[in-house]
Design a protein around this ligand. Structure first.
Ligand code: SGN
Ligand code: CA
Length: 534
């Protein structure tokens, strides 16, 4: 064999060893972290969990290539508090962001600050909802407060800007623009890509109006819940589809039509669709006006249950319509990572700031420790670490993200963070995980939707909840026998021992996380000082 042939014969071996070398160089390179979070995205509306309502192939891809968590929950089911827990790795009672009202205390140490210090390039795009700007980011472009769906305004480091278009598309454009033009390839990156959708008032992208407004959805089993055995759930809570969802504001019947009907609970929508320009408004009117006219005709003959069903269907059409755009845009981002050869060394998380009621118990919104709002979607892919297509049943929480990302980046977590790194679970090392209960505490009362203050624990079998402040109600659910949580068994004699054991566990967990009645009372005092409790 002459030299030329020998070299040719050796080529595959030479290439293979180069590939090996680049692989091992890659694996020693610190991974990038892409944290995708939407706002109020119920797990029931992700087809990897449940395909009754919508197909979300792009979000599902994260679970197909990685892990789907079936028992991921939040510690306080409301927007800004959940974000504060995620960033600080501490429960609300310690990071101080107990509700959506007060600004976030920026003296808290957050994981992005630590990653930035450790050499990560950091960027945040989309909804933060903190009342102040995030610390620890090289670049951010965030929505003010809740933000708008159409032609939204953004706060940036160089001033405010309004961008024409649909919010979910724009957040993705901003993200990809940063990756394309300002990403530093010499550094690993942390990207927080945070959608406003599918938050109320559920406004889809123009391209999705025609398809989604024609759909009709299966009714949830508990749509007509009568709340027997649960005093805390009703009558005080104001999140009923029938009673509290607004015909005009939420369901887009224009004021001029709503005005002609004998409906108590309608409210103006003007300020939201007022953001549409003339062309956008014309496209809106073509689809939404005929729906409203049809409703106005049928309304006089509707009883409460027909009206509930009509409202539920309208709600689902718009809510799920907004998710179609989230899914498409998640696909855009995943494809971008692939195209740039970044996927291999990037951990991608998809989650929501909490779950949401899609008609279960007759509700929309969240806040309660009941399943649909306590549980949050969680899908993670991390090539070469997570075995594709795995599901995880262990109880994890949004409290765990900070320590997870710090471990992924090789940074020691501060000793006062309260979560657990998920890395052992991601690697399939289950023996290292021994959590047997998770803790919850909700504070925003008096407040919108009137959900009373409560705290509780959940194990895989039972859930114990204590509603306090202007009530003193206990609830126990047998999660295995009653997954819909419609039977509070707290007073039932055969559960007496369980109640006792769960109360002991609750005390143990409260001690571990350093929560107490004293702290709860302090937060009630704070409401009094602000005049929110008279
Ligand atoms: C807004 C919504 C509420 C919602 C809160 C909190 N009303 O105030 O329905 O519960 O946000 O949501 S709206 O009329 O402004 O849409 S959170 O996700 O930000 O916590
Ligand atoms: Ca939210």
């Amino acid at each position: 064999m002459n030299l030329k042939y020998l070299t040719l014969a050796l080529l595959p071996i030479i290439f293979a060893s180069c590939r090996e070398e680049s692989k091992s160089r890659q694996s020693t390179k610190r991974p990038n972290i892409v944290f995708i979070m939407s706002d109020d995205h119920a797990y029931q509306a992700i087809s990897a969990y449940d395909d009754k309502l919508i197909q979300t192939p792009n979000i599902d891809r994260i679970a197909k290539e990685g892990m789907l968590f079936n028992n991921a929950t939040v510690t306080n089911s409301i927007c800004a508090p959940s974000r504060a827990v995620i960033l600080t790795g501490k429960h609300s009672h310690l990071n101080g962001k107990i509700d959506n009202r007060m600004p976030f205390d920026t003296t808290n140490v957050t994981f992005p600050q630590l990653l930035q210090k450790a050499g990560y390039q950091t960027a945040m795009f989309g909804k933060l909802h903190f009342g102040n700007n995030p610390k620890g980011f090289d670049e951010f472009k965030i929505l003010p407060g809740q933000g708008d769906y159409y032609n939204p305004k953004f706060i940036t480091q160089t001033g405010d800007t309004t961008i024409t278009g649909y919010v979910t598309d724009i957040i993705t454009d901003l993200t990809i623009d940063w990756m394309e033009k300002r990403r530093n390839p010499a550094k690993p990156f942390l990207l927080m890509y945070l959608h406003k959708a599918p938050h109320r008032t559920w406004m889809p992208a123009e391209r999705h109006y025609p398809e989604f407004t024609k759909k009709s959805y299966p009714l949830p089993e508990t749509l007509f819940d009568d709340y027997t055995t649960r005093n805390a759930a009703s009558p005080s809570a104001e999140m009923g589809i029938l009673k509290h969802m607004q015909i005009s504001y939420d369901l887009k019947v224009p004021d001029r039509i709503a005005n002609t009907l004998d409906i108590k609970n309608w409210n103006q929508i003007g300020n939201r669709i007022g953001r549409l320009n003339a062309d956008q408004r014309a496209a809106w009117d073509v689809v939404y006006n005929p729906i409203a006219e049809d409703f106005a005709e049928k309304f006089p003959n509707m009883n409460d249950s027909l009206l509930t069903v009509w409202k539920y269907q309208r709600y689902m059409q718009d809510y799920l319509g907004t998710i179609a755009a989230v899914d498409e845009n998640v696909g855009r981002l995943l494809n971008y990572l692939d195209k740039k050869d970044l996927s291999e060394n990037t951990l991608v998380v998809y989650t929501s700031d909490q779950g949401f009621y899609l008609g279960e118990h007759g509700w929309f919104d969240k806040r309660f420790m009941y399943n649909e709002s306590f549980k949050t979607p969680l899908l993670i892919k991390w090539p070469n670490v997570i075995t594709p297509n795995t599901t995880e049943e262990e109880m994890v929480q949004n409290l765990d993200f900070a320590q997870t990302f710090l471990e992924v980046a090789g940074v020691n977590p501060p000793s006062d963070m309260q979560g657990e790194s998920l890395v052992p679970l991601l690697k399939g090392e289950k023996e290292a995980w021994d959590r047997d209960a998770v803790y919850y505490h909700y504070y925003e009362y008096p407040g919108e939707h009137a959900v009373k203050r409560h705290y509780g624990i959940s194990t895989k079998e039972f859930k114990l909840i204590h509603f306090y402040h202007d009530v003193d109600e206990w609830e126990l659910y047998d999660r295995l026998k009653d997954p819909n949580e419609i039977r509070n068994v707290y007073e039932e004699p055969e559960y007496a021992e369980t109640v006792e054991a769960m109360k002991e566990k609750l005390e143990e967990v409260r001690k571990k996380y350093k929560d107490s009645d004293e702290l709860s009372n302090g937060y009630i005092e704070l409401y009094k000082e602000n005049g929110w409790i008279k």
